[in-house]
Design a protein around this ligand. Structure first.
Ligand SMILES: [Zn+2]
Ligand SMILES: [Zn+2]
Length: 581
């Protein structure tokens, strides 16, 4: 529940929650009501009931809600004293409302909102009458602890959504349907790409051969493009002595997110939640001259961070993941050029995967404690702002939203369903160079403090892979597809030619297989389509005679017979890795 004045949509949704609570109390008089706020895409209400709500219960509640809406009952606001409120909710047996009442600060007005027989302790505001609530839908139920505390009673939450018009509601429900079809957890299972299981542990991902193939292509591409853009690749261990994490400050401000450690020959070690301190140690292994800078050191670095099991979610929220990390170590006079370059490298990397729409956010110096002089903050923030201005795309400024150690730019991409995913981050850091006393020898032979940038372009490989799957609904572009071609035969008489076609494709570095099973053609085509294989090559009697194939893509049956050499020429450009300028 946010502190801003509620928008019209939030008011509508919250009013709908009242209507739902009324319906629940009518159908389940023993239910106790708790709270019912509006949330990002709708609303919920938590009830204390003896058993969870069923699908049928939801339908019954919905139809009761329609009756209430049909009555156009006005929402009436009433100010009362605490004593009156206490008496009322005691009489109603609403013990949770009594707890809420006790939590209202002294001096604040206590208000009730009524419609018909239903009364709720609430700050408001609400719509005029229940008839305004007409385009709504109950979505699902879930268990939820009272006040989110697992020591409290388990309540039953009903989620719903509401819109000003039926048209908007229908659009949203269609969007939900589409999002469900594209759910990466479902695609991961159907296409046999990855799994997460309780034997290994929550939030720890197993990459299956086909998922591994995609990941390998993605990583090879990433490394190659980094080398071309002046980066060097480094590798660092998964654990390090506790002392390192003291010096980096992680044990001070990040301890809750770190896995507990282990002892090695009497020394405490911890599992890494970040790669930065390792790259810093590489830097500190030598003296560096101003002429050697900048360094751009990249690592696909696997890190482990503790997340509560309740928030884990497929590949989107995990406990072990691989950051596409890099650190840039540079002189102050290199800031403008480096920041411009890394920003465009980020955008172009995301574009290479087919994303075209981006929203950027600039986060500036927070109030209070921050590391680094006023002057360096001002300069760095100005440089970041210039980068965004010169780019000319959509960006917002989060004033004071930066970390204590430096300003940053975050880049979010919009996927095919219009959802935003923050992937790239480019962060200046004035803190770690101090903590680790990182310097270079300047032109006057003096030690000078260097400037450090942390950056990740895709964010984490796991999460980005999940985003890609949902964006493409599993139908990855040819260059990423684990199996690019499936050669299918009409009858087994064509097996020899089909195997030869697959062999010829594989010899040209395509990824192809031949389906020689003694099954019907349509069955084999259907199977290849279910596997989201981008190109299906059909081989029958005529194709054998002509050394040709008939081309079918995921979307269409071209019916065109094409000589195999032409297929190579046609597919090569599509299978090539995207170029990043
Ligand atoms: Zn209310
Ligand atoms: Zn870092």
């Amino acid at each position: 529940m946010s502190e801003h004045a509620p928008t019209a949509l939030e008011t509508l949704r919250h009013s709908c929650a009242h209507v739902m609570a009324d319906a629940v109390k009518t159908l389940f008089p023993e239910a106790k009501v708790t709270i019912g706020p509006s949330i990002e895409n709708g609303f919920y209400y938590d009830f204390d009931v003896p058993r969870p709500f069923s699908e049928d219960d939801l339908k019954a509640i919905e139809s009761q809600m329609r009756k209430i809406a049909g009555k156009n009952l006005p929402f009436e606001r009433q100010e009362i004293t605490r004593e009156e409120a206490r008496e009322l909710f005691e009489k109603l047996g609403e013990s949770y409302k009594l707890e809420i009442l006790d939590a209202i600060p002294a001096g604040e007005t206590v208000t009730l909102y009524r419609h018909g027989e239903f009364v709720d302790l609430c700050r408001g505001p609400h719509v005029e009458h229940t008839g305004k609530v007409r385009a709504f839908k109950l979505l699902n139920t879930a268990g939820a602890y009272w006040r989110g505390d697992e020591n409290n009673a388990m309540l039953q939450r009903i989620y719903g959504t509401a819109f000003p018009s039926p048209k908007e509601l229908d659009e949203y429900l269609a969007f939900l349907e589409e999002a469900k079809k594209r759910d990466h957890r479902r695609l991961g299972k159907d296409l046999d790409l990855f799994s997460i299981n309780e034997t290994i542990g929550g939030g720890l991902v197993l990459w299956h051969p086909k998922g591994g193939r995609i990941r390998m292509t993605l990583e090879d591409f990433w490394r190659q493009r980094h080398l071309e853009h002046g980066y060097e690749i480094v590798y660092t261990p998964h654990i390090a002595r506790e002392e390192l994490w003291h010096q980096s400050g992680h044990l001070g401000f990040y301890k809750e997110s770190m896995f507990s450690g282990m002892e090695v020959e009497g020394q405490p070690y911890l599992i890494k939640p970040m790669n930065c301190p390792y790259h810093i140690q590489i830097y500190k292994n030598n003296l560096h001259s101003y002429r050697d800078l900048p360094y751009r050191w990249a690592e696909l670095g696997t890190v482990y961070r503790f997340e509560r099991s309740g928030v884990l979610h497929g590949l989107f929220r995990v406990r072990g993941f691989t950051q596409d990390d890099a650190h840039i170590f540079m002189r102050r006079d290199q800031m403008a050029e480096e920041l411009t370059t890394v920003f465009h490298f980020s955008l172009n990397m995301l574009k290479a995967f087919g994303f075209t729409d981006f929203v950027c956010r600039l986060a500036t110096r927070p109030e209070g404690k921050s590391t680094g002089s006023e002057e360096i903050w001002t300069e760095a923030t100005a440089r970041l702002r210039e980068v965004l201005e010169a780019w000319g795309g959509e960006y917002e400024v989060d004033e004071g939203g930066g970390a204590f150690y430096g300003p940053k730019i975050d880049i979010a991409l919009k996927d095919s369903l219009g959802r935003q995913w923050q992937c790239s981050t480019i962060q200046l850091d004035f803190n770690l160079p101090e903590r680790f006393d990182m310097t270079f020898i300047n032109a006057n032979s003096e030690r000078e403090r260097l400037i450090m940038v942390h950056r990740a372009l895709l964010g984490s490989i796991e999460r980005f892979f999940g985003i890609l799957l949902e964006h493409y609904a599993g139908r990855l572009p040819l260059w990423l597809a684990p199996e690019q071609f499936r050669v299918v035969t009409v009858t087994n008489d064509q097996d020899a030619w089909a195997s030869e076609v697959a062999g010829l494709l594989n010899a040209r570095k395509f990824r192809a297989t031949a389906d020689l099973r003694p099954e019907k053609l349509n069955f084999k085509i259907r199977d290849a389509q279910m596997q989201k294989i981008p190109v299906i090559l059909v081989v029958g009697k005529r194709e054998v005679e002509e050394r040709a194939v008939t081309l079918r893509t995921t979307d269409e049956n071209t019916g065109k017979m094409i000589p195999i050499e032409e297929i190579f020429a046609m597919m090569e450009p599509q299978a090539e890795w995207p170029v990043i300028l």
